[in-house]
Each structure stands twice: as structure tokens, then as C-alpha cells.
Design a protein. Structure first.
Length: 90
């Protein structure tokens, strides 16, 4: 089991989600603590991060030692997630 670390930006995004979507995303995050490399995880090109999708949301994260760091959570069809990564706003 990994220790979960969530960025402030991700926490703020999660707090604004409707209850149903909040539960779905948090359930996926907690499952990543059990298995940080599920079959649907993809490596981001040019970054050391992995990504998984939950409905219309994308979770960008990376396991490091015994910690699972959630870097960003955002809309899947919104390029803002990748703009924030490229601007180093994580």
C-alpha cells in the first residue's frame, strides 16, 4: 500500500466536483494506492508521469518509493491539464 500525496491544485479541483464524479475519481485514486500500474495507465511522453482516465476526468500521477503522488486531476478533453504540466504548475 502506498502513502497518498495529493497536490493542492488537485485537491482544489476535487473539492469542486459534483458528488458522483468526486466518488468515481477518489475511488480510482484509492485503487492506484493498491496497484499504481493498472492496465489502463499510460506513460506521458516527455514526462515521468503516468495517466489514467475516469469517465471524463484524467488523473496524472507517479509512484515514488512508497509514495503515490497525484500531480494533477482535470477534464479529459481539456488541454489545460497538459498546459499546466508544460508550464511546471504542478
Amino acid at each position: 500500500m502506498f502513502k497518498l500525496l495529493i497536490s493542492r491544485r488537485s485537491r482544489d479541483f476535487l473539492e469542486k466536483l459534483p458528488p458522483k464524479q468526486f466518488r468515481q475519481v477518489v475511488r480510482k485514486i484509492l485503487s492506484l494506492c493498491e496497484n499504481p500500474h493498472p492496465p489502463d495507465a499510460r506513460q506521458l511522453r516527455g514526462y515521468p508521469y503516468l495517466r489514467v482516465d475516469v469517465g471524463e476526468y484524467r488523473i496524472i500521477y507517479y509512484p515514488e518509493g512508497d509514495e503515490l503522488r497525484i500531480v494533477l486531476v482535470g477534464k479529459r478533453n481539456d488541454e489545460e491539464v497538459y498546459k499546466r504540466l508544460s508550464r511546471k504548475e504542478v
